[in-house]
Design a protein around this ligand. Structure first.
Ligand code: 3AM
Length: 178
């Protein structure tokens, strides 16, 4: 089985300033450089045949390149408390269009639909009940505004868990068009 998701990979010029925000919360599990991504679609565990069908369906997605800007920070809750810190994304219609086309491709490949609202973000840290206060970090980065990111591809990622944590590897790149 393969644990997959579909995501954008930020270039170094975007990852570096994200990495610069990774301090000031005691006990946070900061994401590593290789883990930084913007999820378009979580897929989960699939067998090889479905993974191949999914890759073929994603291959057929046509969407234009676009410019994206990461802005501000936010949190997601997990089990009633904050579970992650992330950088937000300035509203982007081209991103929403790409996400919808990826979702359609996933359904065409036979995956169950995801109906949860798409909230684009790049996770910066995982936190839990033993993590120190986050309010100072949130205030410090509330006006985060990264350079414009020229998105020219999306990726099928494989997630592998080992003793060192989650490793995310982009296994297939799908270029966006003109
Ligand atoms: O991009 P982020 O970090 O928000 O949280 C996981 C990560 O998202 C998410 O998929 C991305 C790559 O692992 N994820 C993990 N399990 C999930 C699930 N069951 C999930 N998203 C939705 N449902």
């Amino acid at each position: 089985m393969h644990r997959l998701f579909v995501a954008l990979r930020p270039p170094e010029a975007i990852r570096d300033p994200l990495i610069d925000t990774m301090e000031g919360v005691e006990g946070a599990r900061w994401q590593s450089d290789e883990q930084l991504h913007l999820t378009l679609r979580f897929v989960g565990e699939v067998d090889r045949a479905l993974a191949n069908d999914l890759a073929s369906a994603l291959e057929a997605v046509r969407a234009p390149r676009f410019a994206l800007q990461l802005r501000g920070v936010g949190t997601f809750e997990r089990k009633g408390r904050v579970g992650s810190l992330w950088a937000g994304v300035e509203d982007s219609e081209p991103l929403n269009i790409l996400q919808r086309r990826v979702e359609r491709a996933c359904r065409a490949a036979g995956l169950e639909p995801v109906t949860r609202k798409f909230v684009p973000h790049v996770t910066i840290a995982r936190v839990n009940s033993s993590t120190g206060p986050i309010s100072g970090w949130l205030a410090q980065h509330s006006r985060l505004a990264l350079p414009v990111w020229q998105v020219d591809a999306f990726h099928l990622y494989e997630s592998r868990l080992d003793a060192g944590g989650a490793h995310y590897e982009p296994v297939v790149a799908f270029p966006l068009t003109g």
